[in-house]
Ligand binder design. Structure first.
Ligand code: ACO
Length: 316
């Protein structure tokens, strides 16, 4: 991937919001209907509970509205909406069109489907729009995986859930927050994780696990190299929340201590495109980030895709 050119129009987050599915489902709840148990799910995945319910548009509107309120800007000031989702409400039109209308935006809107790497793909695209002259872009990552999960399949039912995270990205004078980025895909691996139209998610969990660690590490290293930073410079790593053991193995290989990882998987499960913004903004809301901190976002997902970005934290 190319390095970011010098003097490009930069951007920073000025507001964010998050939303989770309306209904909480604990591991114990799942054990009443499928052959699983709380101890196995906690130990093998790190998940304690998850939240399901709501459409992709509903959750996107909830997180998007909060992001606009925090940024203190009116819907009509947004120049573009980029919605990362692998679970659109309809095949046509894009769910971003529905969200654009419900939020009262008056701008172009499009969906990005890069599975669990989606938010980072969308964020890099949003920075590109600002480099091309846009002033304010709304970036949302939302997935409603509950709707494509077979709740009788213990291989997948224990993992997936619904959520959304949104951010307002605004043009800033001076250097922007994005220091380095990487977007990858390997379509030859599509059969290890897929969902046919009208079907449920099918997954070779062991193979996904094995590849996930490798491609996360590879992508993160590329982004850090492009940003000109070392792993020891990173204050917070925000990995895709798929499995705590994948996160821990990736951190170990990157030589970033787990204490520097943003973790929400215990409460959210795997929310695909929403998982990185949910973890990032949870850390921000808890005061874990100070201006100037370097943040490494790194995701992987069906495709198989991978995506990472190094950000310098600091609102305008
Ligand atoms: N509850 C209880 N026992 C279970 C369950 C369950 N839900 N699932 C499997 N087991 C049993 C198995 O039958 C096996 O029993 P055995 O030893 O008697 O044969 C044992 O537990 C171990 O099974 P494994 O499949 O080896 O379990 P593993 O440790 O690999 O964990 C898991 C499975 C959690 C799916 C893991 O492989 C994983 O997380 N893979 C990555 C999945 C992922 O990240 N997917 C999302 C990608 S992102 C996207 O784009 C949506």
């Amino acid at each position: 991937m190319p390095k970011i050119p010098q003097n490009v129009r930069g951007a920073r987050f000025t507001g964010w919001g998050t939303a989770l599915g309306h209904k909480t489902v604990t591991n114990h709840d799942l054990s009443l209907t499928i052959d699983t148990n709380d101890e196995w799910i906690r130990e093998r995945t790190g998940i304690h509970r998850r939240h399901i319910g709501g459409s992709t548009a509903e959750l996107s509107v909830a997180s998007g509205r909060d992001a606009l309120a925090m940024a203190g800007i009116a819907p009509e000031q947004i120049d573009a909406l980029v919605l990362a989702t692998t679970t659109p409400d309809r095949t046509v039109p894009a769910t971003s069109a529905t969200v654009q209308n419900l939020l009262g935006l008056r701008c172009g809107a499009f969906d990005v489907n890069a599975a669990c790497s989606g938010f980072v793909y969308a964020l890099v695209n949003a920075h590109g729009l600002i480099a091309m002259g846009a002033e304010k872009v709304l970036v949302i990552g939302t997935d409603t995986l509950a709707r494509i999960t077979d709740w009788q399949d213990r291989n997948t039912a224990v993992l997936f859930a619904d959520g959304s995270g949104a951010a307002v990205l605004e043009h800033t004078q001076g250097p922007g927050q994005l220091l380095g980025w990487d977007l990858d895909a390997d379509g030859s691996a599509e059969d290890i994780l897929f969902c046919d139209i009208g079907g449920n998610i099918q997954m070779d969990g062991k193979e996904v696990f094995r590849r996930a660690v490798r491609i996360m590490v590879d992508s993160a290293q590329k982004s850090m190299a492009h940003a000109g930073v070392q792993a020891s410079d990173i204050s917070l790593i925000v990995p895709h929340q798929a499995n705590i053991r994948i996160i821990s193995a990736a951190c170990e290989r990157l030589e970033i201590p787990m204490e520097k990882a943003a973790i929400v998987i215990d409460n959210t499960g795997n929310t695909s495109s929403a998982s990185i913004p949910l973890a990032l903004f949870d850390a921000a809301d808890k005061g874990r980030l100070a201006p100037g901190d370097l943040v490494l976002l790194v995701g992987f997902g069906a495709g198989m895709t991978a995506a990472s970005a190094v950000l310098e934290w600091g609102t305008q």
